[in-house]
Design a protein around this ligand. Structure first.
Ligand code: GDP
Ligand code: MN
Length: 379
């Protein structure tokens, strides 16, 4: 779950990380009222689920109410990389002496957390990594051991920040680490982390991604789920309780089990096609679930063929076959369907499907042959 900047700042604030006083709003008058309260100058910032807002005109400094009104008017409704701005965040502006970069994320190959800190902040970290990789100080943290203040201090020293920033940076990074771990985050990033002329260190931006699987541990995370950007297909699938991820190909995929669903995408690619989606209907394959899955896929205008790949385990072949036939009677499907049915009682299942086969409903004996057929039909 990706948080908007203001949600990220509220998340940071609960862990004691210093952020600027501000408020989110959705109209110009409220923006001016917030600015009057927090005090000028203010920064008016677009709240969208994408970076590089500054460059796109989505971050503006206002010295007075008139400028605040002007910027709020321009930023609300602005299109930033396809994201229309509906919410803005107005905060008291900070004086900046230096801009740094700080983050924690997971390094899967090292099986450890990875902290990155750079004296070159305010620009995209990918650019720094490419042009001046030595400017990024990295620290690997063993989750079982945690981050000691001593290790954190050595990391800050290695980043060559202004010595004035050392204490403030150590303090914020220790808190950022706690937020990352206790908050069940996948990513916490502050860019820029600033040193003020007065010597304080402060988070001026917030990029936070939380692990959606951990929401059961955090009651308040429901509010973040509500503002998640989802494409229409994903929204529809989500409402039906389906495990669906939209992709941009033309072969609609339905499989039972996440592993088989991923393999199915691989096989479709392997034979020269491209999947329109990942969809795992789980262990069962009854008519309700199958009808829901077919409906979601059928509503995707890019889909030209549908590949149903089921391996019966606890769910028996005849249940799957009956589920598919019943589902097809409920939903009218535009694209041809290719079925591969294997596993427990596959023969019984195939026998049920056999009399229903036609040029809109086909069956192939193996996963590879079914993938070939589906791809051929899609092209
Ligand atoms: P991003 O472009 O989406 O990453 O948005 P940021 O929140 O990082 O803002 C972009 C840039 O705007 C920062 O790197 C700063 O240079 C500038 N900026 C943001 N807030 C302030 C502020 O309070 N004071 C000043 N002087 N500059 C700011
Ligand atoms: Mn930023």
């Amino acid at each position: 779950m990706d948080l908007l900047e203001f949600q990220g700042k509220q998340f940071f604030a609960t862990y004691g990380i210093p952020v600027s006083d501000g408020e989110a709003c959705t109209d110009v008058d409220t923006a001016v009222a917030v600015a009057d309260r927090v005090g000028y100058p203010v920064v008016v910032k677009a709240q969208v689920h994408t970076g590089g807002r500054g460059k796109a005109g989505g971050v503006k400094l206002a010295e007075n109410a008139e400028e605040c009104r002007e910027h709020a008017t321009n930023i609300l409704g602005l299109d930033i990389k396809g994201h229309i701005v509906q919410t803005i965040w107005v905060e008291n502006a900070s004086d900046i002496a230096e801009e740094y970069y700080a983050s924690f994320t997971l390094d899967r190959s090292a099986k450890q957390y990875l902290g990155m800190l750079s004296a070159e902040g305010g620009v995209e970290i990918e650019t720094v990594a490419e042009e001046n990789p030595d400017a990024i100080a990295k620290i690997h943290v063993d989750p079982a051991v945690g981050l000691s203040e001593e290790a954190c201090r050595a990391w800050v020293d290695a980043a060559n920040l202004n010595p004035q920033a050392t204490e403030g940076a150590v303090d914020i990074l220790m808190k950022l680490y706690t937020a990352y771990v206790e908050g069940d985050a996948d990513l916490v990033e502050i860019n820029p982390l600033i040193l003020k002329p007065t010597g304080e260190v402060h988070a001026l931006d917030a990029k936070v991604s939380l692990d959606a699987n951990a929401t059961f541990r955090h009651e308040d995370y429901a509010q973040y789920d509500a503002t998640q950007p989802r494409d229409e297909r994903e929204q529809a699938a989500h409402e039906k309780g389906l495990q669906y991820v939209g992709l941009d190909g033309s072969v609609g995929v339905i499989a039972n089990g996440a592993g088989l669903a991923m393999s199915t995408l691989d096989v479709v690619n392997q034979v020269g096609g491209s999947p329109a989606n990942f969809l795992d209907i789980g262990g069962g394959a009854n008519a309700d679930v199958m009808a829901g899955a077919l409906e979601v896929i059928n509503n995707d205008p890019n889909v030209k063929s549908i590949f149903i790949n089921i391996f019966g385990g606890i769910t028996r072949g005849e249940e799957v076959a009956n589920g598919i036939i019943e589902a097809m009677q409920r939903v009218s499907i535009d694209s041809p369907i290719v079925i591969r049915l294997d596993g427990t009682n596959a023969d019984e299942g195939r026998a049920i499907l056999e009399p229903n086969l036609n040029d809109k409903l086909m069956m192939e004996p193996t996963m590879l042959e079914a993938a070939r057929k589906a791809v051929e039909l899609a092209s």
